[in-house]
Design a protein around this ligand. Sequence first.
Ligand SMILES: Nc1ncnc2c1ncn2[C@@H]1O[C@H](COP(=O)(O)OP(=O)(O)OP(=O)(O)O)[C@@H](O)[C@H]1O
Length: 319
Amino acid sequence: MLIKLSNLTVKFTQGRFNKRIIYALNNVNLTVERGETVAIIGESGAGKTTLARVLVALEKPTQGEYLYKGKNVWRDRSTRKLIRREVQYIYQDPISALNPSKTIGESLSYPIKKHLKLKGDKLREKIEELLRAVGLDPSLAERYPSQLSGGQLQRVNIARAISINPKVVIADEPVTMLDASYRVGVIDLLANLKKKFDITLILITHDLAIAKYLNYKIEGVRGVVIYGGRIVEEGRINDIISAPLHPYTKYLVNSYIDINSDGKSKIEIREELSTTNVFSPNGCPFSNKCPYVMDKCTKTFPNFSVDRDRKVACYLYGE
Ligand SMILES: Nc1ncnc2c1ncn2[C@@H]1O[C@H](COP(=O)(O)OP(=O)(O)OP(=O)(O)O)[C@@H](O)[C@H]1O
């Protein structure tokens, strides 16, 4: 097993006077096998970016464990160092991920010099090869970020992520900030690189259509639905979309279908009583909106009911 998160919680304190505790991640258990493609799906504020930051060891969990290749990341400094090299992060915003005062070539050369110790002609060749691998003309190495389009910049970020032969790539909403015309190309590129270099790919998205498209490019993508810092459902993307189990996933899938078809939602969520995450952290985070809420939902988060490769945490399916 490559990645294992056990009962992992990340808490933040917000507000200077009226302090409140936010559970960005709440008792999360997640495993990722070598070579897998996983789509983490959730809306804004669900905890997706915190999860990505945990996986690249930028965020230390408040509680719980993160094992990478079987080693406890926060007890073993050398594993954190290994993660810096083997687990690469592609940010949502392609512009702010690059230093505006450095040419594309300079930005790309930094990790290659540091980790692969290449210089001179070898370094230049590697940069040209990388730019070609992501579908860009090598002459772009001389340009500055402001001279490239958003789609080209995201390709540069992908080139940087793969430049040091990572084992895992985490792409955090990689196409959200791009014009629609560039989105498919960037997902195609990630899918092709994943296959070519046998990378374990973790794609984070709020958009089911992106997860579905990725699954069309790479079969067997595992979907992980996250809400209010909790994983609520896991399964193959096609199963999640064709037969969602958790009421939140149903809501998500219906909203997705709405936009793409008839405009009618099949599940009505209840009036929002409080902002996500501010109710009891022990209960289900969707309980304040769920039409099927039971008393126990607000008090205790259910265990996962497991049926082959499908998991759901909801009292409608088990305790
Ligand atoms: N450094 C921080 N300090 C305080 N609260 C934080 C911090 N980082 C995240 N949060 C809070 O934790 C929750 C989860 O945030 P996170 O950024 O992980 O969500 P997300 O799913 O990635 O959303 P988005 O797509 O909008 O970034 C949110 O309520 C957010 O406000």
